[in-house]
Design a binder for this molecule. Structure first.
Ligand SMILES: Nc1nc2c(c(=O)[nH]1)N[C@H]1C(S)=C(S)[C@@H](COP(=O)(O)OP(=O)(O)OC[C@H]3O[C@@H](n4cnc5c(=O)[nH]c(N)nc54)[C@H](O)[C@@H]3O)O[C@H]1N2
Ligand SMILES: Nc1nc2c(c(=O)[nH]1)N[C@H]1C(S)=C(S)[C@@H](COP(=O)(O)OP(=O)(O)OC[C@H]3O[C@@H](n4cnc5c(=O)[nH]c(N)nc54)[C@H](O)[C@@H]3O)O[C@H]1N2
Ligand code: SF4
Ligand SMILES: [Mo]
Length: 752
């Protein structure tokens, strides 16, 4: 059954069901876009967030979503623009008007661009939470001439999208509703972690799908799986090569599809032969028989999906691992078929951000300056431009900037340039809806880069450690305070309504208004003709022939009915028009055109553990929400996971405070001893800082005490070659007992 049928079953598509006193909103507490309902109290404040009224969506909600009123009405929400008066990072501010802030920002940015060129201006953003940017950041930068835009999606989905495109020209989405097999590479959705994906996996199981999980730990998904392969962290690419070995040797692949629609099968065959199961078993630590069983289960299933997983976004062999997942999908004939991976393409009724971003305006000379594109081009203009003709032919758009992630600067190269001025000076940095300091590897370098700026602007809803380093902090609106139509950044073939329920506080603005107002001050008025967010939405909805108001009156969800096997008409959006098992783009760029496994830096007596970051925490999204009491109570402090044998050897018990140390840095956390953890592995949580320490002894609200970014290196030997993304899954480290919690750390302030 298709999702659309399920929705129709319980609701005539588009018929509004939310009461007149309720609005449909898309939750942006996390990035999975649940559509929920918002109600307002008698004082005009956001009162409640409830689940959808259509049973097809009503399970898609978690306790972070229902806690949204606690976030949106939080006493610490930023309400007025702030201008730095103390030293950078001293956290001393003067309140100023929005107009004054924008005038000064425009003047100071112009001065940087005049002195150093437009490439001296860099931006880091997130995009899912600010929603209303509508590609205006790229538009502004491309018109100005700066290629140096990056985002958290460089480590999450965006980079996977770019690598998928190299192989078959699009980033497909698994058909959970109809599939008979789900393969999770470490991916561990739960009721309160990406709730919709969790429920889609549950529904697939109920429909008879088998589930295979590759995870060092016995995660929640692993515990419920039909097969669990407890591989060593960071070895997913080798695992895929092992699967291919079995699938090819036992002729479990779709020969017709391979003959007609792929290039490079013979070359792939030779590469795969280099990875016999004995070698793969040695690398991954999983028994050969189990690897073979899993490969057979996957290949023999009537249909199967390998949903996108953030785990292979962040490994030293990331490009190969992602390409191998694409190759497995292709060889088993699961491409653009019912129950397989669907190539939705752009929604025909909505103008995509890929077009609004005005990428054509950026000259070749400026593209060439995109930071990181020389060493690690895979998701930069340099590699992705090579797909432009094919993309136009197949998708009707030269730029397929799926999940915002296909034309980015490399973050590590960007922060290095900001810190060292090599290869050139970067002197103005804007961060919007992104806690930059904690959100990439090597926090020390990010800090040095930020401290070396002439101008920093943060657009935020709370005073984060990153915002504390800014010259201007502008208050942002939140999802209950703005109108929007979500197209999941051109990925999922669906349009979802999000309606303004309440007014934003005092001088808070959307990121759209921010870019428009800056552009108009910097001589780009004609390119930013929209007076309001609703104007932009009307423009984007124009192919549908409806205004935002009309769409919002009639519908809350519009699906793009998927046609299957579209490639038979158009070919794939790659240079060859086929699935490139042998990548012509990587070849031309001087990289290995075939996938391979690369071993990460080795553990040693000094650093005996494989550390991985992640295992997201239910109460928080990434670096957020530590100031929200109802959520913080659920997890007051950061915890590392250790296997009992390791804990015993190190003389540690539950609740001990420890330092986790790597060659790059050291962070403090509590120990949680878990049978389910894999021996020799340590889990470090992402995103910890202490909003309650803002006015205490610690600088930047304790941003260096427990943040994983302090630990994660980004020197060459820790970076994936093609994309230059860091190895977050299995870098060497050690654990040392502390005699006391870190100084100044007190939960009393927050939790009373
Ligand atoms: N070191 C390290 N880095 C990582 C990861 C990791 O595990 N370790 N994980 C990576 C992954 S998977 C991802 S998805 C990214 C996520 O990176 P981000 O998307 O940057 O995620 P957050 O840490 O939640 O930071 C979002 C910031 O936006 C603010 N915000 C929330 N809503 C709004 C809004 O409506 N308007 C504005 N203006 N601001 C808002 C929040 O207060 C918060 O400070 O990080 C990546 N980076
Ligand atoms: N509540 C909540 N939910 C969230 C988020 C959040 O911050 N809070 N963040 C959202 C975001 S942006 C993302 S990207 C996702 C991430 O969510 P997931 O994709 O579920 O990733 P993690 O929770 O980091 O880790 C999942 C599993 O990967 C395993 N693992 C670690 N290293 C490896 C490895 O090298 N190989 C394999 N195969 N497995 C490994 C871990 O043991 C863990 O069980 O979560 C999303 N959901
Ligand atoms: S999973 Fe939770 S936090 Fe994420 S969008 Fe849905 S309700 Fe919001
Ligand atoms: Mo993510």
């Amino acid at each position: 059954m298709a999702l659309i049928d399920l929705i129709r079953k319980s609701d005539r598509l588009g018929a509004r069901k939310a009461g007149t006193d309720e609005k449909y909103v898309i939750c942006t507490i996390c990035d999975i876009s649940c559509q929920l309902r918002a109600s307002v109290d008698e004082n005009g404040k956001l009162d409640k967030i409830r689940q959808h009224d259509n049973p097809a969506f009503s399970k898609h909600i978690c306790y972070k979503g229902t806690a949204a009123p606690h976030v949106h009405n939080h006493k610490d929400r930023l309400r007025v623009p702030l201008k730095r008066v103390g030293e950078r990072g001293e956290d001393k501010w003067e309140e100023i008007s929005y107009e004054q802030a924008m005038d000064e920002i425009a003047d100071r940015l112009s001065a940087v661009v005049d002195e150093h060129g437009p490439e001296a201006f860099a931006v880091s953003t997130s995009g899912w939470n600010t929603q209303t940017t509508h590609g205006m950041d790229r538009r502004f930068m491309n018109l100005l001439g700066s290629p140096n835009w990056t985002s958290g999606v460089a480590l999450c989905a965006g980079n996977t999208a770019a690598v998928n495109k190299l192989t078959y020209g699009w980033f497909p989405l698994g058909d959970f509703m109809n599939t008979k097999c789900v393969v999770l590479f470490g991916h561990n959705p739960r009721k309160h972690s990406w709730s919709p994906i969790y429920h889609m996996i549950e529904d697939a199981r109920a429909n008879g799908a088998e589930v295979i999980v590759m995870d060092p730990r016995v995660s929640e998904q692993a515990a419920a799986a039909d097969l669990h392969l407890s591989l060593r962290a960071g070895t997913d690419a080798a695992m895929c090569l092992g699967w291919l070995n079995v699938i090819i040797e036992e002729e479990l692949y779709d020969k017709t599809f391979v003959d007609e629609w792929t290039v490079g099968f013979e070359e792939l065959l030779k590469r795969v032969e280099e990875y016999p199961l004995s070698r793969v078993s040695e690398i991954t630590g999983v028994e050969p028989e189990l690897i073979a069983r899993a490969a057979r289960m996957y290949a023999n299933a009537d249909s199967a999906i390998i949903p996108w997983t953030p785990i292979t976004d962040m490994q030293i062999s990331s490009t190969s691992a992602i390409r191998l997942q694409c190759i497995l999908r292709a060889l088993t004939g699961n491409i653009d078929v019912v129950g397989g991976e669907i190539f939705h393409g752009f929604h025909p009724d909505y103008i995509p951000e890929s077009e609004l971003g005005a990428h054509d305006n950026l000259s070749q000379a400026q593209r060439d300056k995109q930071l990181g594109s020389q060493d690690h081009p895979a998701y930069t203009y340099r590699a992705q431009d090579m797909l432009g003709d094919a993309s136009e032919r197949v998708w009707g758009h030269r730029y397929a900037d799926i999940v915002m992630g296909c034309y980015m600067a490399n973050p590590s190269a960007m922060f290095r340039a900001m810190a060292t001025e090599d290869p050139y000076k970067v002197k103005a940095f804007f961060t919007l809806g992104n806690n930059t300091l904690l959100s990439y590897p090597n926090q020390h370098q990010i800090y040095a880069g930020l401290m070396n700026q002439d101008l920093i602007v943060a657009h935020e809803i709370f005073m984060t450690p990153t915002a504390m380093l800014a010259d201007y902090v502008l208050p942002g609106d939140v999802f209950s305070e703005r109108n929007y139509v979500a197209d999941t950044w051109g990925w999922t073939g669906r349009l979802q309504l999000s309606q303004k329920a309440v007014e934003p506080p005092e001088q808070a603005t959307s990121t759209f208004e921010f870019w428009r107002d800056l552009a108009r001050r910097m001589g780009m008025t004609e390119h930013f003709p929209w007076e309001s967010l609703e104007d932009v939405l009307d423009y984007r909805l124009s192919p549908m022939g409806k205004t935002f108001e009309e769409f919002g009156r009639d519908e809350y969800f519009r699906f793009h009915d998927a046609n299957f096997r579209k490639y038979r008409r158009t070919g794939f959006a790659t240079p060859s028009g086929k699935v490139e098992l042998y990548s012509s783009v990587l070849d031309e760029l001087g990289f290995d055109p075939l996938p391979y496994y690369r071993e990460g830096p080795a553990i040693s007596d000094e650093y005996p553990y494989y550390i991985f970051t992640g295992v997201r925490e239910d109460p928080f999204f990434q670096t957020g929400q530590r100031q929200v009491e109802v959520l913080r109570r659920r997890s007051p402090s950061p915890k590392i996971f250790m296997h009992p044998t390791d804990a015993k050897r190190d003389g540690l018990i539950d609740g001990d405070w420890v330092d986790v140390e790597t060659a790059t840095g050291s962070v403090a956390a509590k120990v949680l001893v878990q049978e389910t953890m894999k021996e020799g592995h340590i889990r470090v949580p992402h995103g910890w800082w202490y909003p309650e320490m803002r006015y205490g002894d610690s600088t930047l609200s304790g941003a260096f005490i427990s943040s994983d970014a302090v630990l994660c290196p980004d020197s060459k030997e820790f970076l994936d070659y093609e994309q230059g993304i860091p190895h977050f899954k299995g870098f060497p480290g050690r654990v040392v007992k502390r005699s006391a919690p870190p100084e100044g750390l007190s939960q009393q302030t927050l939790l009373g």
